[in-house]
Design a protein around this ligand. Structure first.
Ligand code: ADP
Length: 274
């Protein structure tokens, strides 16, 4: 991880005005369902709270497609701030609104730091209970930049169950520990698949040592999400599963995850007047 110049880069940390909690959603590997978890969690939280989602996955922004907002452009308001888009009561911002979907983003560290600064400071997020940040996979400049710029309330790590993914989970956990950011827990995605013929569980990916590792690190498993084509079809259609099948099992899992997040990161009630 590149260190920008200066004595202690964490001195730059400044809260985003009006935003109570920032939740980082991370993964060691790409393709494990991090964005799927981030957007469905944000939507589940938004049923009871004021929520925004920042798609900071600069190498593969998927929020525009997943929320049916492809080709839309955020407007700049009179204060020269970017106005987030709003879908299903959720405020949205993504690098995908600003660069072409097929354009490769080839940025050096300092440019990433600048881009993150704009996403956090130059977006009119307004009052939010939770800002969910969907990070790129791995442990790089975007993660470091986020940690240095704002106080992050906690981080989720998303993984699939097999040992090939575990090595990268360990790196993600190690990164949050080094950055001094509280780990909220682990979300195991594609944990199994239900055989449509007999209802039995099929282990799509072999179960590895994820559970024993998580136990050894005091990393709580907050949710297990099965592989279900309805999850990917919903995302593809721009209407994530929490919205498209809000009474289904997967949506219930995301609502339960949201409840756990509310418990782990309670909102401080407003001070009563005299
Ligand atoms: P990441 O952000 O980790 O790269 P994505 O969230 O983009 O991963 O997911 C990768 C692909 O897997 C997408 O097509 C997504 O719809 C699909 N997917 C993710 N989770 C599930 C699931 N539980 N069941 C079915 N498909 C899933």
């Amino acid at each position: 991880m590149a260190q920008p110049h200066g004595n202690n880069p964490f001195d730059q940390q400044k809260q985003i005005p009006g935003v109570k909690h920032v939740i980082a959603v991370s993964s060691g590997k790409g393709g494990v369902g991090k964005s799927t978890v981030a957007v469905n969690l944000a939507l589940a939280l938004s049923k009871k709270n004021k929520v925004g989602i920042l798609d900071a996955d600069i190498y593969g922004p998927s929020l525009p497609r997943m929320t049916g907002t492809l080709n839309q452009k955020p407007v700049i308001n009179e204060d020269q701030k970017l106005q987030p888009l709003v879908r299903h009561n959720l405020k949205l911002m993504s690098i995908g609104y600003l660069v072409d979907e097929s354009a490769a983003v080839v940025w050096r560290g300092p440019m990433l730091f600048k881009a993150m600064d704009q996403f956090l400071r130059d977006v009119n997020w307004g009052e939010l209970d939770y800002l969910v940040v969907d990070l790129p996979p791995g442990t790089g400049d975007v993660q470091l930049s986020l940690a240095q710029k704002i106080p992050v309330s906690g981080a989720l790590v998303v993984s699939t169950p097999q040992n090939i993914a575990l090595a990268d989970v360990k790196k993600a956990v190690d990164m949050w520990d080094r950055l001094g950011i509280r780990r909220l827990g682990l979300v195991e995605n594609m944990a199994w698949m239900v055989n449509p013929v007999n209802g039995e569980k099929i282990q799509l990916f072999p179960k590895g040592e994820l559970d024993s590792y998580a136990n050894s690190k005091d990393l709580r498993k907050l949710a297990q999400i099965p592989f279900d084509p309805s999850v990917s079809m919903a995302s593809e259609a721009g209407m994530p599963i929490v919205e498209s099948h809000s009474k289904g099992e997967e949506a219930k899992t995301f609502f339960a995850l949201a409840d756990q997040i509310r418990e782990l990161l309670p909102l401080i009630p407003a001070v009563e007047g005299p």
